[in-house]
Design a protein around this ligand. Structure first.
Ligand code: UDP
Ligand code: GLC
Length: 384
């Protein structure tokens, strides 16, 4: 059991990939607390982790301030943001280290740090680039990181490079690849399909929250060129992208694909569901900071077709552990899916390689060990 008193801070009560990582990082840290801007499924999941949960009185709705919003549009929120800063500063007093798990959490924790000085770790799960953030936000993040962070943990070389390119201090950056512990379901894909009521025949799937940059629309466009191929879309709009969810349904109707595309909403059984498909598609149109679903598919022994941007080429080792296609290119995606579906037996080697690579490079144990060392070092540095 870890003895450091860490104040983990996250802005959302939803459970995205970054929060799934947080749930693993806090495990066994009973002297620590989690400060959340808003309640939600994450607070419920944390309740069983036996640590102190601190709920902001002012944070509800702050997450609706989108990552690409202008600074001016944040002004009405300024009072509430200031109140959250005060809450974080107060909570910091009883802790040795502050660990911000999201961009919004980091910005407010960094300001709080001016009042209550503690080593501040930023677990940066994003790619700080124009694809994902407005110019003012990028500048503010990097300035605060350079001035206040004692470490910036990123999950990939791509996220590290973007941070440095945006002006972030290279010496702050520590690359800790995300780690997952998933035991594949022993059932065969056929049994799983039956269990989930999924159709026989060629079946592809995408397993990401619904958001324009995750690119589900590109997969749907590609399906129009893949007659006879069915598709499942798992995931929900977690961070205010409901319009996009509606657009996806309209696109399916417009392309006449209602009988081939099934929207499953948010699922808590993704690794099992994933094992039932013939191809796991990762169609992000902007660079992916990491992409847990890539590793989930590799562990499940399912062929991956992913866009060649962000961390995906690294995780898939330039195409050795999966197929890479250009982002936002429906014909290329359709071609790659068709190629995988046509010759599944030729992929046996690639799949074995991918599973071995996922186990060796992206294990939960490895990630927790690295993060544990960084937290201990930050605490020791402060005590010295
Ligand atoms: N996921 C889930 N239910 C869904 C869709 C996705 O539990 O319906 C999980 C998925 O298995 C993965 C995580 O959400 O572990 C998403 O993480 P990723 O790094 O792929 O992307 P993010 O959403 O964090 O950008
Ligand atoms: C973020 C990123 C995703 C990454 C996850 C965990 O949500 O979008 O790529 O895998 O955090 O680091």
């Amino acid at each position: 059991m870890s003895t450091e008193r860490v104040l983990f801070v996250d802005h959302t009560g939803q459970i995205g990939g970054a929060e799934l990582i947080l749930l693993d990082v806090v495990e066994g840290r009973r002297q620590s607390s989690v400060f959340l801007f808003e309640p939600g499924p994450l607070s419920e999941a944390l309740a069983s982790r036996h640590l102190n949960l601190i709920a902001s009185k002012w944070g509800r709705g702050v997450t609706q301030f989108r990552r690409d919003s202008s600074v001016l549009s944040a002004l009405p929120l300024a009072g509430r943001l200031a109140a959250i800063v005060v809450e974080i500063a107060r909570a910091s007093r009883a802790h040795d280290v502050v660990y911000a798990n999201s961009q919004k959490a980091f910005v407010l924790s960094a300001i709080a740090n001016v009042f209550v000085k503690r080593p501040l770790i930023w677990h940066l799960h994003d790619i700080i680039s124009a694809d994902h953030f407005g110019a003012a936000q990028r500048r503010a993040q990097v300035l605060l990181a350079n001035a206040c962070a004692s470490r910036v943990i990123v999950p990939s070389q791509a996220a590290a490079a973007a941070f440095v390119a945006a002006g972030g201090r290279r010496d702050l950056v520590e690359i800790v690849p995300n780690g997952l512990a998933i035991e594949p379901d022993p059932s065969s894909p056929g049994e799983l399909r039956q269990r989930f009521g999924l159709p026989p025949g060629p079946l592809v799937g995408v397993f990401s929250r619904l958001a324009p940059w995750k690119g589900q629309h590109v997969l749907i466009e590609a399906l129009a060129a893949l007659p006879g191929v069915n598709c499942i879309v798992a995931g929900d709009a977690l961070f205010g992208e409901q319009d996009y969810a509606a657009e996806l349904s309209q696109l399916v109707a417009k392309l006449g694909l209602d009988d081939r595309v099934r929207f499953l909403g948010h699922r808590s059984d993704v690794p099992k569901l994933m094992k039932a498909v013939d191809v796991m598609v990762h169609p992000s149109i902007d660079p992916e900071p990491f992409g847990r679903t890539l590793v989930e598919a590799m562990l499940a022994g399912v062929p991956v077709v992913a866009t060649d941007a962000g961390a995906a080429p690294d995780i898939l080792e330039g195409g050795k552990a999966g197929t890479l296609v250009p982002p936002a290119d429906a014909p290329a995606l359709a071609g790659a899916i068709a190629a995988v579906l046509a010759k599944p037996e030729q992929l046996t080697r690639q799949l074995e390689y991918a599973t071995g690579r996922a186990r060796a490079h992206y294990s939960l144990e490895r990630m927790l060990h690295s993060i544990g060392l960084l937290i201990a070092k930050a605490q020791a540095g402060a005590a010295a």
